[in-house]
Design a protein around this ligand. Structure first.
Ligand SMILES: [Zn+2]
Length: 310
């Protein structure tokens, strides 16, 4: 479980290339990929006594995501367990009440950098009311600049809401390798990262201890295993791969994970949740109530660390 050596060869080239051809290829091969992902869980002990685990998260990237947080929290009120919200420091400063509503409902906030580099408006898809976004690509930042982004988010959230964040998600993590950041996270007292796509490491979705940091890989789409199961993939990429059935696909992912004793780690963009039929998701969660552990990242990381220590 601790081997994170990168896979090599054709699979990696396909993963990195992205684009429609790779997606089509992944769709054609999805059975084999998904089978391999699920096989990675064979023999995995139960998740805190449950057969499967759901880590549900939301990336609050834009002010428009912050706008809907109070309604979203209300929508989640009947769900067993709590969710995690990856937040951008500067938006926490500008929209404190919306973020406070998340904390007050018992959910967790996660460090998602101070200014979310590589955040841009895309005419025709989504244009924020803010025109002062940070378009600089995360991967072009030096390690010191990345450290400053992470530290500044910690300070912004502590200064605005009075809480210390326990973990980190890299902006546009699907394209990045989070491992050089682990020493920085350690130094800042952040105990976990959830910044790697399940298909990127050989752990294939199984969380792993990286020194003192728990890396919790993000799940891929059951039908397109090279993509994370997020709202960008479901509603926007290539016109939206799951415009009609995204809620069904999310529910399918939960049921598949439960059948194989697996873990589901997904994020959605709050501003897009109203475009998803969430009924199948909540129905699946109700069906799996006794089998699926719904946890925040902190709860999960604390449990996982203790499991690894025994
Ligand atoms: Zn898909």
């Amino acid at each position: 479980m601790s081997d994170t050596t990168e896979p090599t060869g054709l699979r990696v080239r396909i993963m990195r290339q992205g684009g429609r051809a790779a997606q089509l290829l992944s769709h054609l091969c999805s059975g084999a990929f998904t089978g391999r992902l699920e096989a990675a869980f064979d023999g995995t002990p139960t998740w805190n006594g449950r057969r499967s685990c759901l880590l549900l998260s939301f990336d609050v990237d834009f002010p428009e995501d912050a706008d809907v947080l109070p309604q979203l929290v209300e929508q989640l009120a009947s769900m067993q367990g709590k969710a995690s919200f990856a937040v951008v420091g500067r938006w926490v400063e500008d929209y404190p009440d919306e973020h406070r509503a998340v904390l007050e409902a018992g959910h967790e906030l996660v460090n998602h950098s101070y200014s979310h580099p590589e955040l841009v408006n895309v005419p025709g898809r989504f244009v924020s009311r803010r025109d002062d976004l940070n378009p600089r690509r995360w991967e072009t930042l030096s390690i010191q600049e990345k450290a400053a982004e992470i530290a500044q988010c910690q300070q912004a959230v502590q200064g605005t809401l009075g809480v210390d964040l326990a973990g980190f998600r890299a902006p546009h993590f699907g394209n990045v390798d989070p491992r050089p950041l682990y020493p920085i996270l350690n130094e800042l007292g952040l105990s976990y990262s959830t910044s790697m796509l399940a298909t990127r490491g050989r752990q294939l979705g199984v969380p792993v201890m990286e020194g003192d940091v728990v890396e919790i890989p993000v799940s891929t789409c059951p039908q397109h295993p090279l993509s994370s199961l997020d709202t960008w993939h479901g509603l926007y990429a290539h016109g939206g791969w799951h415009l009609q059935d995204f809620g069904e696909v999310l529910a399918q992912r939960l049921r598949t994970a439960d059948a194989s004793g697996g873990i589901t780690n997904i994020y959605l963009d709050p501003k897009d949740v109203s475009r998803i039929d969430m009924v199948p998701v909540f129905e699946a969660l109700a069906d799996l109530r006794d089998d699926c552990w719904v946890a925040t990242y902190s709860e999960f990381a604390t449990w996982f660390r203790a499991e690894c220590a025994t």
